[in-house]
Structures are given as C-alpha cells and as structure tokens.
Design a protein around this ligand. Structure first.
Ligand code: AMP
Length: 281
C-alpha cells in the first residue's frame, strides 16, 4: 500500500494506473476507521483493480463551534486497517495543499441541501461537495463508494455528479451497525458509557416507525409523534431534527407513500449522532 500526501505525486500515480488500463475504486473518509468504512473499502476492492482511500478531516465542512479540532484521529491504526482490506493507495492530503492561501472556488448543490443536516449545519454541504469534487478530480475514480448512514450527503453528491457530468459511478452501500443496532460512526467514541447504552434508542425508534408503517399507519405526524415520544424518554437525548421526506427531492411528506427516508439527528450531550432508514410502501 502506498501512502501519499502530495497532490502532484498522487496525480502522477493515478496517471500511471490509468495508463495500465486499471479501474479505480475510491472511498473518501475522515479517518478513525470503523467497520462501516471497511465495508465500503472491501466492496471498492472487489469491484475495481485499484483501490484508493483518502483520509481528510475537511475544515470546510465544519461550522464554528463544531468538533473539527476534536475530531478523533488515529493514523497508525487507520493504516493497519486500510492494509487489512487490501487498500492500494492511501491518500492523506493536507489542508494547506487542498486550500492554499487565496483559494476561492466552491461547489454548491441547491435544494437538496436545504433541509435535514443542511438546515442544522449551515455551510456544511458546500464543504462536502467542494472537497469531494476536488478529490474526484485528483483521484479520477471509475467508482466512488458512500454509506447510506449519511443519506443526505450521498444524495447530494449523486446530484453533483449528475449535474456536473462527472464521469464516475457513485455507489451507495448500506449502513453498518453495532450488534445492538447503533449505526457505526467515528463520533460514537465521544459517548459516555451511559450515553452509548441509551443511543440505541435512535435505531429502535426508526424501526418502530417502520413497524407502524407495516401495520398500515400512513400519517407522517402520527409516526413522528411516536418517534419523538420514544426518543424523549431516553436520558440525555435531545432531537436536533426528525424528518420524513421523499428520496428524490428530500421534501417533507404528509402521508407515507412510495419510497421515503426517515432521518434523525439526535444529540447526546455534545455528541450529535445521525441515522436513517428508507421505507418502501
Ligand atoms: P466519514 O469518515 O464519517 O466522513 O465517512 C466516510 C464514508 O463512510 C461516508 O461515505 C460515510 O457515509 C461512510 N460511513 C460512515 N459510517 C458508516 C456506516 N456505519 N456504515 C456505512 N457507511 C458508513
């Protein structure tokens, strides 16, 4: 596995890989790897000749007062894990090289970014789409892999790829979960023992919503109320948002119909966790 920091060196290697006619699978991450990241990397490895992963804690997607400085980092461990899934190239750009003095270009996807995480984290998605567009330009992947865990992010990036005619296939893979159902996340590390125990309420309430829909409940307000009640009972939990939206435009529904996304962000103390499920009725 090659470990590369410099952008020019990366471009040279990618050029050689392309010249050899190899397909490139790409998994961008912010590091502190867990099984969720590794599942994307395993698929990228299986479906492509050359697998690239990146670790970049992107300052542009963090708001004021968010956890940019504190975001968990452990490069030594990440390196071992990346090797264990057969990663061919680990790309670790610096913020200085990604955003040199005078940097002035940003990518903005409208509409899809207005609700959910876009509403509670202003500017977040401009940071995400800008950095991912830059990474796509640098890595030139044939396929790029993202997790449904960050469903809105994946949908926004899919729109960017479509609107900007980017020549790659964006693949969304299922959420990997802990044995009790909590969605794996680098931020789970922040949780105290008690918060970790209580955090399972997020997926439990989403599953309860799914059961209600299975039983024929179609009224969105009724389902949201049930979720609110369940989450509010968990100690220390504070709902940041809870939305039931369609999967095309991410607009709120009044009735459950077709394919819909139930997405929640819940804070335990300072730690903000997100999760979602997709329902089809
Ligand atoms: P992050 O390092 O959190 O920015 O995540 C990098 C990529 O891994 C994104 O495409 C995430 O959606 C994906 N990812 C994070 N957690 C999970 C998970 N539990 N299951 C599947 N994919 C995940």
């Amino acid at each position: 596995m090659q470990i590369i920091q410099e952008l020019t060196l990366l471009k040279k290697i990618i050029k050689d890989v392309k010249k050899d006619g190899l397909s490139i699978g790409f998994v961008p991450t912010m590091g502190f790897l867990h099984e969720g990241h590794l599942s994307l990397m395993r698929t990228a490895k299986a479906e492509n000749d050359f697998m690239v992963m990146s670790i970049f804690v992107n300052p542009l997607q963090f708001g004021v007062g968010e956890d940019y400085e504190d975001y968990p980092r452990d490069l030594e461990r990440d390196e071992k894990l990346a090797r264990s899934v057969g990663c061919d190239l680990m790309f670790l750009p610096s913020a200085k090289e990604m955003y040199p003095a005078g940097y002035a270009t940003f990518v903005k996807v409208e509409k899809l970014t207005e609700r959910l995480c876009g509403a509670s984290r202003p500017g977040h998605f401009i940071g995400v789409t800008t950095v991912v567009a830059k990474l796509f330009n640098l890595v030139s992947p044939d396929r790029a892999y993202f997790g449904q865990k960050d469903a809105q992010q994946a949908f926004v990036l899919r729109k960017m790829v479509q609107d900007l005619n980017m020549d790659l296939n964006l693949i969304i893979l299922p959420t990997t979960r802990e044995s009790d159902g909590l969605a794996m996340s680098s931020r789970n590390k922040y949780l105290t023992f008690e918060q970790r125990k209580n955090s399972v309420v997020i997926i439990e309430s989403l599953k309860m919503a799914e059961e209600l829909a299975d039983q024929g409940v179609r009224n969105v307000e009724e389902i949201k109320k049930a979720i609110y009640e369940k989450i509010s009972k968990a100690k220390d939990a504070r709902i940041d948002y809870l939305e039931i939206v369609d999967t095309e435009k991410l607009l709120p529904l009044t009735e459950i119909k077709g394919q819909c996304l139930i997405a929640a962000a819940v804070k335990f103390g300072k730690t903000r966790l997100i999760d979602n499920i997709i329902l089809e009725v």
